[in-house]
Design a protein around this ligand. Structure first.
Ligand SMILES: NC(=O)c1ccc[n+]([C@@H]2O[C@H](COP(=O)([O-])OP(=O)(O)OC[C@H]3O[C@@H](n4cnc5c(N)ncnc54)[C@H](O)[C@@H]3O)[C@@H](O)[C@H]2O)c1
Ligand SMILES: O=C(O)[C@H](O)COP(=O)(O)O
Length: 602
C-alpha cells in the first residue's frame, strides 16, 4: 500500500538544477561520486550539489561586496573570484552593477529587493548576508529567480549579546548622559542616580542564539530571567534556569524587556500601544533585534507617560533614523547606530563565515546556511547521488512522452523504499524530477531553490508516495516511478491501465536504468538517447532495427525487449550513442511490425 507524502507545494522546499558535465565552462559541484549527470543551479544558483557556470573556461565569478567586509573574508573571496568592493551604492547604481555579478554580499544597510533580482537578468546566483537578519533581502523574489540566499548566522551572536548587556547596564546607570554632562563641564551626581539590576526581572522576547546569550550574562548579573519564545524548547530554557512564559506574562511582570526576535510579519510592532498598556510602570526596554518589532510612535508615548522609564535602542524602523527622530532625541533614550555586530572580532568572523558560504555556493557545495533552500546533509546527498541522476532522467523521459491531453498538470512520484518517510528525504529527488519535467519544455532553469516554486507557478502539482518495503536494503530506494495523469502519449504503450503515463527506474551498479514503461517491463540503461518501439513480437525485429541504425553509423549501446506474451506485443528499448537521422528514424517507424515508435533524449 502506498503511503502518501505531502504534496510538493506544501513543503517548504526550494530546489536545484542539473547540467551535463561535458561543458568545460562549468565547474562540477557535485560530489565526485556522483555519476554522469550533474546538478547545477540555474541562473546558476546552485545548491546542494550543483555546478556553476563560470562564463568560460578561464573566467572567474564576479562578487559585488556592497558593504564593508572584514579583510580575512575579502582575501578568501579574492582567491576564487573577481571582487568588486563598492560601498554606499544608490539603488540605481546597485541595479546597474548587478547584471554583471554572480554573487552579492551585503550587511543590513543594503536593500536587496525584487528590483535587484529583476535587474540581474538571471546572472545573480547567490546573495550573501554578512550577518543574521535577512529582513533586507526579498526572499520570495530570490527564490523566484532561483537565487540562493545564505547568511552568517552565528558569527556575531556574542557581539550582539554583549551589546545588549552593554545597553542594559549603560541605561540603568545613565552612563551616556552622565558622560555627556561631564564633557559639558558639569558634575551632576544627584541627577544621574541609576537603578540596580540584581534581583530585577528581565524578560527576554525571542530565546534564540542572541536571547539565550543575553540570558546567560544577565543571570551572572543576578537578574531573574524569564523568556517568551513560542518556538523555544522548554528544557533548554530550564537548563539555563530560565522560565518560559506567555507574551503577556513576560511583558506584565518585567522590570526590563530585551527584544531578540527576528522581524517577521508576526513580530512587526509586537511592542505596540496595547502591549505597552500591559507593562509594569517604569519598565525599561532594550532592543538590539530590529527596529520594526517596536511601534516607535507608541514607544515615544509610553516614554512620555512614564510607563516606560527608559529605552536603549540599537536598531530603528528606518536606518538611519531622521535627524529629528523624537525617539532618538528623547531624553530617556540611549541610542547606538546598529552596532550590535560591530566588534573587530565579530566582523572578521562574519566576513569569513559569509565568504566561505558564498564561495561554497559558487562552487556548488552544500550550503549549510542556506536561507531559501533545503539543507541536505552531505551524507544524504552522497547516498542519494545516483538516485538524483535517475530522478532527473525519469522526469525528462516522462515529459517527452507527453503528446497532449491536459499537458503536464498532475504528477505523482512513487518511491519504493524500505525507509520510513522520516528516513528518506526526497526533496532533492523531487527537485530533480521537476527539473527533468520542466527544462525540456521551457527556457526556465531549475535548481534546488526554485523547483517547487516553478512547478507551482506552471500549475504542475507534484505529489509523492512511498511504497513501504520490508527489510533494510543497502540502497535507500528500490525504484522510482513517475506518473503523469490525464495526458495523452506519443507512445501510447507508456500509458498504464490507470490512464497515466508511467515510467519506472532503478539504479543498478550506480547507473540509472529504465525498468518499466506503462505496464511493460524493460531494462534499459539511461544513458545517451533512447528509441522505444512497440512491435509485434516476431523473430528478426532486433536485427532489422539494428541494421537500419548500423547503416547510418549509429552506435547501439544496448537493446532490451519486454513483452506481454510470446508472439503478441513487445516493447523494445534501444540505447544509441548518436542521434539517428530523421530518415533512419522514419525507416524504423515504417517497419510493418512496428506499431508505436518514439525517439527520446535522456
Ligand atoms: N543589533 C545587531 O547588530 C544584531 C546582531 C545580531 C542579531 N541581531 C538580530 O537579533 C535577532 C535575533 O538574532 P538570533 O541570531 O538570536 O536569531 P535566532 O533565530 O537564533 O533567534 C530568534 C528567536 O526568536 C524567536 N521568535 C520568533 N518569533 C517570535 C515571537 N513572535 N515571539 C518570541 N520569539 C520569537 C525564534 O523562535 C528564535 O528562537 C534578529 O532579529 C537579528 O537580526 C541584531
Ligand atoms: O542581523 C544582524 O546580523 C545584525 O543586525 C548585524 O547587522 P550588520 O551586519 O548590518 O551590522
Amino acid at each position: 500500500m502506498a503511503a502518501t507524502l505531502a504534496p510538493a507545494d506544501r513543503l517548504a522546499a526550494p530546489s536545484l538544477r542539473i547540467h551535463h558535465p561535458s561543458s568545460l565552462s562549468r565547474r562540477l559541484l557535485v560530489p565526485s561520486r556522483l555519476p554522469a549527470t550533474s546538478l547545477f543551479p540555474h541562473r546558476r544558483p546552485r545548491v546542494v550539489a550543483m555546478a556553476v557556470e563560470t562564463g568560460g573556461a578561464n573566467s572567474k565569478p564576479r562578487v559585488l561586496v556592497a558593504e564593508k567586509l572584514g579583510e580575512a573574508g575579502l582575501a578568501l573571496l579574492k582567491g576564487l573570484a573577481d571582487v568588486d568592493c563598492s560601498y554606499n551604492l544608490s539603488p540605481e547604481e546597485l541595479r546597474a552593477k548587478i547584471a554583471l555579478c554572480d554573487a552579492l554580499i551585503v550587511r543590513s544597510g543594503t536593500k536587496v529587493g525584487r528590483d535587484v533580482f529583476e535587474s540581474s537578468g538571471g546572472k545573480l546566483r547567490v546573495v550573501g548576508r554578512a550577518g543574521v537578519g535577512i529582513d533586507n533581502v526579498d526572499l520570495a523574489a530570490a527564490t523566484e529567480h532561483g537565487c540562493l540566499v545564505v547568511n552568517a548566522p552565528t558569527a556575531n551572536t556574542v557581539a550582539a549579546a554583549e551589546h545588549g548587556i552593554a545597553l542594559l547596564t549603560a541605561m540603568a546607570r545613565n552612563i551616556a548622559r552622565s558622560d555627556a554632562s561631564m564633557k559639558a563641564g558639569k558634575w551632576e551626581r544627584n541627577k544621574y542616580v541609576g537603578v540596580s539590576l540584581v534581583g530585577k526581572i528581565l524578560a527576554i522576547l525571542g530565546f534564540g542564539k542572541v536571547g539565550s546569550e543575553v540570558a546567560r550574562r544577565a543571570k551572572g548579573l543576578g537578574m531573574h530571567v524569564i523568556a517568551h519564545d513560542p518556538y523555544a524548547a522548554a528544557d533548554r530554557a530550564h537548563a539555563m534556569g530560565v522560565e518560559l512564559v506567555t507574551f503577556d506574562e513576560a511583558i506584565a511582570s518585567a522590570d526590563f524587556i530585551s527584544l531578540h526576535m527576528p522581524l517577521t510579519p508576526s513580530t512587526s510592532k509586537i511592542l505596540n500601544y496595547e502591549a505597552f498598556a500591559k507593562m509594569k510602570k517604569g519598565v525599561r526596554v532594550i532592543n538590539v533585534a530590529r527596529g520594526g518589532v517596536i511601534d516607535e510612535e507608541a514607544l515615544v508615548k509610553a516614554l512620555d507617560s512614564g510607563v516606560v522609564a527608559q529605552a536603549a535602542l540599537d536598531v530603528f524602523t528606518k536606518e538611519p533614523p531622521s535627524a529629528d527622530s523624537k525617539l532618538v532625541l528623547h531624553e530617556k533614550v540611549i541610542a547606538t547606530p546598529h552596532l550590535g555586530a560591530s566588534t573587530v572580532e565579530a566582523q572578521e568572523e562574519v566576513a569569513i563565515e559569509i565568504a566561505e558560504a558564498v564561495i561554497g555556493a559558487l562552487k556548488g557545495e552544500l550550503a549549510a546556511t542556506a536561507v531559501n533552500a533545503p539543507m541536505v546533509p552531505p551524507e544524504v546527498l552522497t547516498e542519494l547521488a545516483p538516485f538524483v541522476v535517475l530522478a532527473e532522467k525519469l522526469g525528462r523521459l516522462a515529459v517527452q512522452l507527453v503528446a497532449g491531453g491536459s499537458g503536464v498538470k498532475s504528477v505523482k512520484v512513487t518511491y519504493a523504499s524500505a525507509r520510513t518517510s522520516v528516513d528518506l528525504d526526497t526533496r532533492l529527488l523531487r527537485a530533480m524530477i521537476t527539473k527533468g519535467l520542466i527544462e525540456p519544455i521551457s527556457d526556465v532553469h531549475i535548481n534546488l531553490v526554485n523547483a517547487d516554486y516553478t512547478a507551482k507557478k506552471r500549475g504542475i502539482r507534484i505529489t509523492e508516495e512511498r511504497i513501504p518495503l520490508d527489510g533494510s536494503p543497502e540502497d535507500p530506494i528500490e525504484s522510482i516511478q513517475v506518473h503523469i495523469a490525464n495526458a495523452e502519449s506519443k507512445f501510447p504503450t507508456a500509458v498504464s491501465g490507470l490512464g497515466e503515463i508511467t515510467v519506472e527506474g532503478r539504479v543498478k551498479d550506480g547507473i540509472p536504468h529504465l525498468t518499466k514503461i506503462g505496464s511493460f517491463q524493460v531494462d534499459a540503461s539511461m544513458e545517451g538517447s533512447l528509441i522505444l518501439c512497440r512491435q509485434v513480437d516476431q523473430p528478426g525485429m532486433i536485427g532489422t532495427v539494428g541494421s537500419i541504425l548500423g547503416e547510418q553509423n549509429v552506435n547501439v549501446s544496448y537493446m532490451s525487449v519486454g513483452r506481454i506474451a510470446p508472439r503478441k506485443h513487445a516493447v523494445m528499448a534501444i540505447g544509441v550513442d548518436d542521434e539517428p537521422t530523421k530518415a533512419a528514424l522514419k525507416k524504423i517507424g515504417d517497419i510493418p511490425a512496428v506499431e508505436e515508435f518514439v525517439f527520446l533524449k535522456l
